[in-house]
Design a protein around this ligand. Structure first.
Ligand SMILES: Cc1cc2nc3c(=O)[nH]c(=O)nc-3n(C[C@H](O)[C@H](O)[C@H](O)COP(=O)(O)OP(=O)(O)OC[C@H]3O[C@@H](n4cnc5c(N)ncnc54)[C@H](O)[C@@H]3O)c2cc1C
Length: 478
């Protein structure tokens, strides 16, 4: 049986942060993920905001890990070679709501958030030209930023693998047993893997994993967040996340940016069932109406994608702890927003607990992750040189995002190789542009089938059951 020091269940932003951290500390660690790639659930569909930390109630784990995690992001992104857009964030308010902004500012100060200030109309107009006419004040949080959450998860997982960690994809943990020697054995029904320590980072399924391990039982609620994504042509409509005043229900509908220059509007907050990522007319209409509380009318005709993510809640705070009943078992349950911002600090906390409980770490020479080539960022001269060396960089596969076959082959040869179309998308963005894959998806099917020497009919969107091509009518994709 394969044996490790630590097993992490779940490859979202919490699991991949911990995976990379443990691997870089010389720990024999494995990440078990039920999907065909990491970052397939909540961590891929969110607002991508690294929150400054003024929103969570003081003296909560949310507040603590949010502020600590946000501080770590710029450095972490630099290390991984992924973008961190240091744009700050705004919460905007009408004249009569200034007091509420001041309350938020005070909460931020209690949470020790640096660089917060309330701006008046003139200063706001210098930052954003499309605020709603009745907006008079805004809380500017300088330390907030924007990331691409799936690119970060991929980069962290790759960094973990480069430094000795192992990732088991398509490994759905279905059974957890404790042996007499104190080790846990985790099984997917076919294969068993053992370790002394287990950390449950299974997101929406975290309560179930706790139950399987005989650890503390949690009741979970799910809240759906729908989004409208606008084409890059709308770049500049806002230049940072612009929030309305938060309410009991959450942070409200924001007008936001992505690291790649799109405008992102949403999310809604409707109670839902586990795994419900459907987009509804009710949700879309709510976004269209509520966003107008903060900004002028966006150009909804430039919509390129509707999607939804599911928040996971269990009580009013994160539940991040070592289990009291089950020795050497740890869990992150109910990690809703700001979980993305908090993730690096949550990983540090788990490392601290594990060390307290006897996990041995060792100094290793940490290998640096090499980011993928981005031909769009190269000068013409640099691109010419690259194409001469390897003509695959001259074959454009995704026209909208300008991604070449050479870049895609890098994702297939990476430390955690992409095995399906969504996995390539999370690494490089083909199918995420204006045409949403109409042009490049057939080419991606062909590249994947050639690379893995499988039939085109066996290539999937995101794992078994999501095959794209049903039959071969004209001798395959040319
Ligand atoms: C609409 C929305 C907007 C948000 N916006 C923000 C934001 O702007 N900023 C912010 O800081 N936070 C935000 N969040 C919160 C943030 O996205 C989450 O806190 C974070 O992604 C949770 O990550 P996770 O790793 O816990 O869960 P996940 O990403 O869901 O990862 C859990 C993983 O566990 C795997 N898994 C589950 N069961 C098993 C099993 N049995 N065996 C093996 N693997 C298993 C899953 O497949 C999954 O990959 C938002 C959330 C939502 C829904």
């Amino acid at each position: 049986m394969k044996t490790f020091d630590v097993l992490i269940v779940g490859g979202g932003i919490i699991g991949t942060n911990l995976f990379s951290l443990l691997a870089r500390n010389g720990v024999k660690v494995a990440l078990l993920e039920k999907e065909d790639d990491i970052c397939g659930l909540v961590s891929r569909a969110n607002s991508g905001v690294i929150h400054a930390g003024y929103d969570p109630r003081p003296n909560t784990l949310m507040a603590k890990f949010n502020v600590e995690g946000t501080k770590m992001y710029p450095q972490m992104c630099k290390r991984l070679g992924v973008d961190f857009v240091s744009c700050g964030s705004l919460v905007v308010a009408k004249k009569e709501d200034k007091k509420k902004l001041e309350e938020l500012l005070n909460r931020g100060k209690q949470n020790k958030v640096p660089d917060l200030e309330i701006l008046g109309k003139k200063d706001l107009q210098k930052l954003e030209k499309n605020l709603a006419d009745n907006i008079e004040f805004g809380l500017f949080a300088k330390t907030a930023g924007i990331v691409s959450p799936y690119e970060i998860c991929v980069a962290l997982a790759e960094e973990g693998v480069l430094n000795g960690g192992k990732v088991f994809l398509n490994f759905e943990v279905k059974l957890i047993e404790k042996q007499e020697n104190g080790k846990f054995v985790l099984s997917n029904g076919k294969e068993e893997i053992a370790a002394k320590f287990v950390v449950n980072c299974a997101g929406q399924h975290a309560a179930k994993i706790n139950d399987l391990a005989g650890a503390k039982h949690f009741k979970m609620n799910f809240v759906k967040g729908e989004y409208i994504l606008l084409d890059k042509a709308e770049k500049g409509f806002v230049n940072r996340p612009v929030f309305p005043l938060p309410t009991e229900k959450g942070k409200g509908i924001l007008a936001n940016i992505t690291t790649h220059g799109n405008i992102l509007l949403g999310p809604t907050a409707f109670p839902c069932k586990l795994g419900d990522t459907s987009v509804t007319l009710e949700g879309i209409n709510k976004i269209k109406q509520d966003v107008l509380a903060s900004v002028k009318q966006p150009n909804f005709r430039k919509t390129i994608k509707l999607f939804a993510g599911v928040r996971v809640k269990s009580g009013s705070d994160f539940n991040i702890s070592r289990d009291e009943k089950q020795k050497n078992f740890y869990y992150a349950v109910g990690v809703c927003s700001p979980g993305l911002s908090a993730a690096p600090a949550i990983a540090q906390h788990f490392l601290h607990l594990l060390k307290e409980d006897g996990l041995k770490t060792k100094k290793i020479i940490v290998k640096k992750r090499k980011p993928y080539t981005n031909t769009e960022k190269l000068s013409e001269k640099e691109l010419d040189k690259l194409i001469k060396k390897n003509p695959n960089y001259g074959k454009v596969v995704c026209r909208c995002e300008n991604i070449s076959q050479g870049e895609i082959l890098e994702a297939l040869n990476s430390p955690l190789p992409a095995k399906n179309i969504d996995a390539i998308k999370r690494r490089l963005r083909p199918t995420m542009g204006r045409c949403q894959g109409s042009f490049c998806r057939p080419k991606l099917v062909k590249i994947l089938s050639d690379f893995y020497k499988t039939k085109e009919e066996d290539v999937t969107l995101n794992g078994k059951g999501s095959e794209i091509v049903v039959g071969n009518i004209k001798g395959g994709i040319q």
